[in-house]
Write a protein that binds this ligand. Structure first.
Ligand SMILES: *Cc1c(COP(=O)(O)O)cnc(C)c1O
Length: 410
């Protein structure tokens, strides 16, 4: 079995279902019983693996994790309450006060806020750099650097860094390469083959099956020697290759209370089964819309790294099989024109999410980035004339018709 969907549909349960159910049941239970006092004591000593309490682990969530693990070929997988909990738990588990990480300078807004506001209060420094300018990354590394962190395709800038070259730098210094791969889901992106050590993602976007629920994933590809990270050294001695997930589970996931719920895991399990289909449809729509925008004189500019004339197309082809997510941007003459256009849309929705089944549009300058001063926004390449379109699974003809009528004169 090679196809993503075939494999997703055929991942076995970890335990046989007593009723031979074809779908994984939703174990909406908090506590799990033990046959004897000896068994429960052995479980607490770590010698008898079993579910005990759903903030620590849950059978439905575990099945989702095992599906992701088998689909990606990862070493270990942890499902969490949100993309932000996946990112925050990962950084906390590898750093202590006084440590730093090198980070891409174009990130999801709440990741910037996490690094610059939440984690900085605990003595963790973030050094921002343009990861597309590979020669600027290495000089920022010192003996307290624990990781290079980046997003596979930034948005709304839609830039792509050369992942293998980032991995080379990380490996040379014995530090981690961490990718936020939210916009390039596992049906198009094999992070392990490019040398990414840890992948974090918001499953809220593509994997949830279309904006059904909030969730996150941490994927450990098993490529990193955990004894190289001073904060994971003790766990590496005890758990070897499992050090990171063991430390995450014990000190962060459990203690900070970040579990995915069984109901959410159920959405994610179904979402994985239809992921590849949805991505293919969204991508086909992106290509048709890209061509339409390129040929419409009212559209001043269109950016999508799946288009052959994009500067990032070669990396999109190499790293994501030519499917660099399904978010695109395009520009009209002015902000006023953008607002007028958005207000006339009938099928494309005005909303801030990504990778819903519905196509979603937003004007980043006046919304997501509104709290930044104008000079900062321009530095981040957030133009007043730009709109971000997260392309959904509607019929391409209907989307183009909607855009055409919204662009038209009154
Ligand atoms: C949405 C998003 C997140 C945060 O995910 P949540 O599930 O909303 O917490 C992180 N990174 C990227 C790139 C995102 O798009």
């Amino acid at each position: 079995m090679k196809n993503f969907t075939t494999r997703s549909l055929n991942i076995p349960f970890l335990k046989k279902d007593p009723h031979n159910a074809l779908a994984m049941p939703i174990y909406e239970a908090v506590a799990f019983e033990f046959a004897s006092a000896e068994d429960i004591a052995a479980n607490f000593r770590g010698e008898f693996p079993a579910h005990t309490y759903s903030r620590t682990s849950n059978p439905t969530v575990e099945y989702f994790e095992s599906k992701v693990k088998l689909l990606t070929g990862a070493h270990q997988v942890l499902a969490l309450s949100s993309g932000m909990s996946a990112i925050s738990a990962t950084i906390m588990a590898i750093c202590k006060q006084g440590d730093n990480i090198i980070s891409g300078n174009h990130l999801f807004g709440h990741s910037v806020a996490l690094f610059e506001q939440s984690l900085s209060a605990y003595g963790l420094e973030t050094r921002m750099v343009d990861t597309c300018k590979i020669e600027e990354v290495e000089p920022l590394i010192d003996q307290n650097t624990r990781a290079i962190y980046f997003e596979t395709v930034t948005n709304p800038q839609l830039e792509i860094a050369d992942i293998s070259r980032l991995a080379d730098i990380a490996n040379r210094h014995g530090i981690l390469l961490i990718a936020d791969s939210t916009v390039t889901p596992p049906s198009v992106f094999d992070s392990k083959s490019l040398g990414v050590h840890i992948e974090v993602m918001s499953t809220t976007k593509f994997i949830s099956g279309g904006a059904t629920s909030v969730g996150g994933l941490i994927i450990d590809n098993g490529l990193y020697d955990w004894s190289k990270n001073p904060n994971c050294l003790a766990f590496a001695g005890k758990f070897g290759k499992d050090a990171f997930i063991a430390r995450l589970r014990k000190n962060y996931y459990r203690n900070l209370g970040m579990p995915m719920t069984a109901h959410t895991a159920n959405y994610m399990i179904s979402g994985l089964d239809i992921l590849e289909l949805r991505v293919e449809r969204c991508f086909a729509n992106c290509m048709k819309l890209g061509e339409y925008f390129q040929n419409n004189p009212k559209v001043k500019r269109v950016d999508y790294p799946g288009l052959k004339d994009s500067a990032f197309y070669p990396l999109a082809l190499k790293q994501f099989g030519g499917v660099p997510g399904t978010v695109m941007t395009f520009d009209l003459e002015s902000q006023q024109e953008c607002f007028r256009f958005m207000n006339r849309l009938k099928i494309i929705r005005r909303a801030t999410n990504l990778n819903d089944n519905k196509s979603l549009i937003i004007h980043p300058y006046s919304t997501i980035y509104a709290e930044f001063p104008e000079s900062e926004r321009l530095k981040m390449e957030i133009r007043t004339t730009m709109m971000r379109l997260s392309v959904g699974i509607e019929g391409a003809g209907d989307l183009i018709e909607d855009i055409e009528q919204a662009l038209g004169v009154e």
